[in-house]
Write a protein that binds this ligand. Structure first.
Ligand code: NAD
Length: 492
């Protein structure tokens, strides 16, 4: 049974309820993960509360030093972290390593704590009166993370929460929970005081206890839209500050003037990398003429057919397994639905050759998909790419804007005017121009629109600092003793 990580150490759970963790490449159960008891949740809350009391008083340099040490240890252990991600998630080792690196980018950003937490100061807003802002900690922050990025997404949360002076409780996905434990080990090896970061495992019951706990001040969530909406509604009802990021259906618009070699290469990786289990994957391509659609399919179809399917530790593999048996059944079902709906199945991933054990499926490619189809409307979260043929740019743009999800999108074109117009008018949070997966760098902010995100502030970058700190504005007069006896609102 995997341990929790409470008050600076790994601790065994007394829980009688637990879940199975699989190796997606073999289909075997490799661990049991405990679902925390209410006593274990309280112990983590107490540890975090104590840590916050001291930590919120530390200097910014001390907080930055912790992040520098953590960064060095993450770099040293990137191979071990990637191996764990690969083992429990299924993604290839190279892809797992890249995902840890994208998490590390935010730790690097957090190393700038003294600069990031500078606030504002206005001298002489009135005679001898100054006005300034303080950015202060919130207290205990909670992060609930999805299975698809077990290192990257937690690293987008707690480094910034910690430099803002908070303590943190991480509830990782029960499907791949081991990486969270190694990350916590490394943070303590870097010198974190006891209780600053706690990892407790669990399912809905544990999540609901955390997001309604009176001592929790802020909740960051990443996962499916249905759960994001539940988290947002429940946690805000319990007076928490909340950011909740949900599912996606990212469109890639290929204009007639696009470099099709470049676009096809980019689309192939973005659609099928990590077996399509990325929130910024591209599961939809829209073309604006039949000629472009036909040419693109000519590029894509043979490449899709020949993607090498295998286990994550094999260097040649590009198509890794899905994370669970349920995901496999869901993806198979959606391919069936697409055929029933009348979409044209150009490559049928169900027929691909792959290892017999594990949660493998080949890549599928659909043409002639239309906006009324379920395979277009739903998030499939697997290696299934749908091609839609729009008659013109305005129709393509309206399809993207009318889709309920609004995480990411990309346009491939050589026309700067169209690219500019697309960036300005598209109703999506993150936009790529000839860039297939426009995940912003750590010092910019990540976040979708519409039903891909609930709450006002995005992850990492400037929004992360704002989310994990609260502003206090001070108005002060020195020397004192100049206050006239006045019953009207002061003006300056
Ligand atoms: P999920 O919603 O099933 O689980 C996410 C987390 O919520 C896990 O820790 C899980 O234990 C917990 N959880 C699950 N059901 C719950 C419930 N009913 N009540 C409370 N907590 C619950 O998501 P997943 O399958 O782990 O991840 C895949 C999803 O996450 C996809 O929809 C993907 O698009 C999305 N995602 C979005 C982003 C983004 O930035 N928008 C990033 C990564 C993944």
């Amino acid at each position: 049974m995997l341990p929790h990580h409470i008050n600076g150490q790994r601790v065994s759970s007394q829980s009688t309820t637990h879940g199975a963790v699989y190796n997606p490449a073999t289909g075997e159960i490799i661990h049991q993960v405990p679902f925390a008891t209410s006593i274990e949740i309280e112990t983590a809350i107490e540890a975090a509360e104590k840590a916050h009391q001291q930590w919120s008083l530390t200097s910014l340099a001390e907080r930055a030093r912790l992040m520098f040490a953590f960064k060095a240890l993450l770099e040293k252990n990137i191979g071990a972290l990637a191996a764990l991600v690969s083992l429990e998630h299924g993604k290839t080792h190279a892809d797992a390593k890249a995902s840890v690196q994208r998490g590390l980018d935010v730790v690097e950003f957090a190393c700038g704590a003294p600069h990031l937490l500078k606030s504002t100061y206005s001298e002489r807003v009135g005679r001898d009166v100054d006005c300034y802002g303080l950015r202060q900690s919130l207290g205990i922050c909670v992060g609930i993370t999805p299975f698809n990025f077990p290192a990257m997404i937690p690293l987008w949360m707690y480094p910034l929460a910690l430099i803002c002076g908070n303590a943190f409780i991480h509830k990782p996905s029960e499907k791949d929970p081991s990486t969270a434990l190694l990350l916590a080990d490394l943070l303590y090896e870097a010198g974190a005081p006891k209780g600053l970061l706690n990892v407790i495992h669990g399912d809905k019951t544990v999540v609901d206890a955390l997001i309604s706990h009176p001592k929790v001040k802020a909740v960051s969530f990443v996962g499916s839209t249905a759960v994001a909406e539940h988290i947002y509604q429940t946690a805000t009802r319990h007076d928490k500050r909340v950011q909740a990021f949900g599912g996606a259906k990212n469109h890639c618009l290929v204009m007639n003037d696009a470099d099709l070699d470049d676009a096809a290469n980019a689309i192939l990786g973005a659609a099928y990398g990590s077996c399509g289990q990325r929130c910024m994957a591209i599961p939809v391509v829209v073309t604006v003429s039949d000629k472009t659609a036909d040419a693109l399919i000519q590029h894509l179809a043979p490449a899709v057919q020949s993607l090498i399917i295998g286990a994550g530790d094999d260097d040649k593999t590009v198509l890794s397994p899905l994370n669970t048996a349920e995901s496999l059944t869901r993806v198979q079902k959606y391919v069936e639905i697409g055929v029933e709906e009348g979409a044209k199945l150009i490559v049928d991933g169900r027929k691909a050759t792959h290892p017999k054990q594990g949660f493998f499926i080949g890549a599928s490619l659909f043409d002639a998909v239309t906006p009324d189809m379920k395979i277009y409307q739903d998030e499939i979260f697997g290696p299934v790419l749908c091609i839609l043929r729009a008659p013109d740019y305005e129709t393509a743009l309206s399809w993207i804007n009318n889709h309920p999800y609004g995480n990411g999108t990309a346009i491939f074109t050589q026309n700067g005017e169209i690219a500019h117009d697309f960036a300005a008018r598209v109703q999506i949070g993150m936009v790529g121009i000839n860039v297939p997966i426009p995940v912003p760098v750590g010092y910019h902010t990540f976040g979708g629109w519409k039903r891909s995100a609930f709450g006002d502030l995005g992850l990492h970058g400037p929004d992360g600092i704002q989310f994990y700190s609260r502003l206090k504005t001070i108005t002060s007069r020195w020397p004192k003793g100049r206050n006239a006896n006045s019953f009207t609102l002061p003006t300056h």
